[in-house]
Design a protein around this ligand. Sequence first.
Ligand code: G4P
Length: 538
Amino acid sequence: MSSQYADNSATTLQREVERRRTFAIISHPDAGKTTLTEKLLMYGGAIRSAGTVKAKKSNQFATSDWMEVEKQRGISVASSVMQFEHQGCVINLLDTPGHQDFSEDTYRVLTAVDAALMVIDAAKGVEAQTIKLLEVCRLRKTPVITFINKMDREVREPLELIDEIEDILKLGCAPITWPVGMGKDFAGVYDLHKAQMLKFMPGVNNLGDESIEVLDGADHPFLRDHYPIAHASFKEELEVVEAAAEPFDHEAFLNGNISPVFFGSAINNFGVRDILQALVEWAPAPRPREAKQRTVYPDAPDFTGIVFKIQANMNPQHRDRIAFLRICSGEYRQGLKVKHVRSAKPIRLDHAITFMAQERAHLSSAYAGDIIGIPNHGKLRIGDVITQGDMIELEGIPHFSPEIFKVARLNDPLRAKQLNKALKELGEEGTIQVFDPLEKTGIVLGAVGQLQFETVAHRLLTEYKIDAAFDRVPVQKALWVKGDDAHMKKFTQANANRLARDAAGALAFMSPNRAVLELTMEKWPDITFQSTREIGAV
Ligand code: G4P
């Protein structure tokens, strides 16, 4: 962190910022994210027993029930951000919902972190959701730590997995540990930097340093005697890895080009310590953020934060929402007076929430890198900036091109006007993307996950008393279009039947299929088609 403020001897603010590590776990469902989250929290002392995080997931409710359950228990707010301390660092772990919860929120969470931990199921390799999430990391050059999980099972060859990550994700891999065997023959991992073997002992809790047994060198007699076959193939692989694998380069990691790779078994707590160590040692402290007007340094004394997620429906009677805000600079204190940049109005931050050890607690202070929750009644939207300083616009909360498109069908046609208004409000809030066609009536909704439609239906009913269902529309992709005025005018005239405006008024091309899109792009070389749009940038 280089800043004009870092010259003087370190202040409390600088020290607090420097020890923050804010990250999210990304993975495809079932790779072991929940298990690993739990183990990290146990290791960090934030929870005492297994099952605490798992409980959330094991409740396999239907989606609509899930909304109710979530509302009653505040589960998703409580487990959205988990903070704990480890080796002098304050670690903020942000949940990225997976499974049916996959939505734009999942993407947006990644805009609020400084690093990501990618969990790969060693039996499956790189899977669809991981690819999508990693695209966001790449867009923002987020450093990624890789954990290859489930080595206690019969899995794929480690060299093959590394190749796959490099090929499909276009991410350089620097193995830090390498497995010896797998499944019943899993002997442990070899630390390439320390030239030590960490012995795998299933059933041992592995949660304290004292319970991890270390064997020196790659040729320990124990390995040769007890795991002769696994050891022989490990030795062959080690030669390849040492000759061909990328060396770990901290700078390249920080730029998102190289990922340190660890092997382990989350369910056996094996490898968890290595990950925490990597986070503490290598993951970056909060970094400066670019605003349109200037760079915002985390250790600048003025408080600045950006809203990246809205949790609605905690109590529909009051339309109350929690805006999740990433602190980008300065320090939060209770009663802080700030400005809301979009409305240019002052706000007093009185009841911000923190997420210490999974419980909602009112806090008295938080620092750049931390996440706070601000209860409000719809005033705060995604991408909003609040600040004590000058009126700046921060970059970095993009809209992602939706993948599922639907129109609302009213069960009571008399509510059409209210429906349009409600959808626009939900669009502005970031619950779903709305596209208002230039030539047709009827707002098209776009989402990256099915759950977003469930959420909209639920909120329409409970907050707006509108009973609506959704039908698919023949749109496959929406891309934002840009060009100079003359070209845009011609393009708009020629393609009005395929154009729509989103919640911020930006123009998007609604393509029914790939062929139409390719033809249109070919025909209009002066128009750019973008699959992301930053909030605020029209
Ligand atoms: P997710 O959040 O990424 O969706 O995955 P989750 O942690 O729920 O793990 C998915 C399944 O994989 C779980 O099994 C979990 O126990 C198992 N698992 C996680 N880590 C490991 C590991 O290191 N080794 C092995 N062998 N299994 C692992 P499940 O049967 O779906 O659930 P459960 O009945 O165990 O709770």
